[in-house]
Design a protein around this ligand. Structure first.
Ligand SMILES: NC(=O)c1ccc[n+]([C@@H]2O[C@H](COP(=O)([O-])OP(=O)(O)OC[C@H]3O[C@@H](n4cnc5c(N)ncnc54)[C@H](OP(=O)(O)O)[C@@H]3O)[C@@H](O)[C@H]2O)c1
Length: 273
């Protein structure tokens, strides 16, 4: 079945952070669907595996190129990265985990704003996808009963991030990267998805659920006992559009199950081939 797309096959897509976990999977999805990818990396020599190991054919035939974007304040770098692309998928993020908002928040916001400004003045750009985080919608762990309906914003996080020093670190959450990559492709190419926030929130789980899967995989192996108060994700979200996109773009009727996600993550290459 051929799917109607916002951008024709062969279009050049800028993927920022192509060397990252999600960026590499989005790159794979786009290349396998006949799109060309210009991936930004901070250090070409460190990201060389993308060209030599993951996508050698596409690197050789010119479908994949890497450009350096290691200074978000360098307008020339951003201009060169964005020049001539039809779509932008902005996934790169400053991942220093520096709890000082003057560093982390300011850099992250400057990064996306610089790209949006450059994209708005580059006539070839027709689509822009931005990868956010669950923390943009709710505090973590989510309050029991929290539901994402596409309109929620986590204003408390902003207040917390900009609270006076001292600055202290916090925590994170698990997502199946293949579903996340597919939703990026859908957000970029599906004409029915416009101005949407697509939550990749498949299933509620806690760390004991993951422990149970590991115990089933390794019967007899000494594993940690179940936690008394396992932290998990307690919220829900309007996922009809995301599920429809998964169906449309991969034929899968639902998010990848937690069990499959954990098993494949343990067994498979974390880097796409
Ligand atoms: N992974 C998850 O489970 C998950 C879940 C939900 C949301 N997200 C969101 O998805 C986004 C990407 O996550 P990820 O897990 O793919 O991250 P990742 O593996 O750490 O990749 C981050 C990418 O950003 C690049 N980068 C870092 N700092 C940069 C800077 N200052 N300038 C330019 N590029 C820079 C990195 O380049 P180098 O290769 O040079 O380091 C890398 O390619 C983040 O916004 C994250 O919050 C992730």
């Amino acid at each position: 079945m051929s799917i109607q797309t916002t951008l024709p096959e062969g279009s050049l897509i800028l993927v920022t952070g192509a060397s990252g976990y999600i960026g590499a999977h989005v790159t794979k999805q786009l290349l396998h669907r006949g799109y060309k990818v210009r991936g930004t990396v901070r250090d070409i020599s460190k990201a060389g595996w993308l060209l030599t190991d993951s996508f050698p054919k596409e690197a050789t035939n010119g479908s994949l190129e890497l450009v350096i974007l290691n200074n978000i304040n360098d307008k020339n770098q951003i201009q060169q990265a964005i020049q001539g692309v039809a779509g932008v998928v902005h996934i790169a993020t400053t991942n220093t985990f520096n709890p000082d908002p003057n560093e982390t928040v300011t850099q992250t916001v400057n990064f996306v704003v610089s790209l949006l400004i450059a994209a708005s003045s580059e006539k070839s750009v027709k689509e822009f996808v931005y990868t956010s985080t669950i923390g943009a919608a709710t505090m973590l762990p989510a309050q029991l009963g929290f539901h994402f309906d596409g309109t929620n914003w986590n204003d408390s996080a902003r207040a917390l991030a900009w609270a006076p020093p001292p600055y202290t670190p916090d925590r994170a959450i698990f997502v199946d990267v293949r579903d996340v990559a597919l939703l990026h492709v859908a957000a970029l190419l599906d004409p029915s998805i416009e101005g949407a926030r697509l939550p990749a929130w498949g299933y509620e789980f806690n760390w004991n659920d993951i422990l149970k899967i590991l115990q089933q995989l390794n019967p007899g192996k000494a594993l940690p006992v179940a936690l008394d108060n396992p932290e998990g994700f307690n919220g829900t979200a309007d996922v009809a559009q995301a599920k429809h996109a998964l169906k449309q773009w991969s034929g899968q009727g639902d998010f990848t199950s937690l069990e499959k996600g954990v098993i494949d993550t343990l067994n498979g290459p974390s880097v796409p081939e």
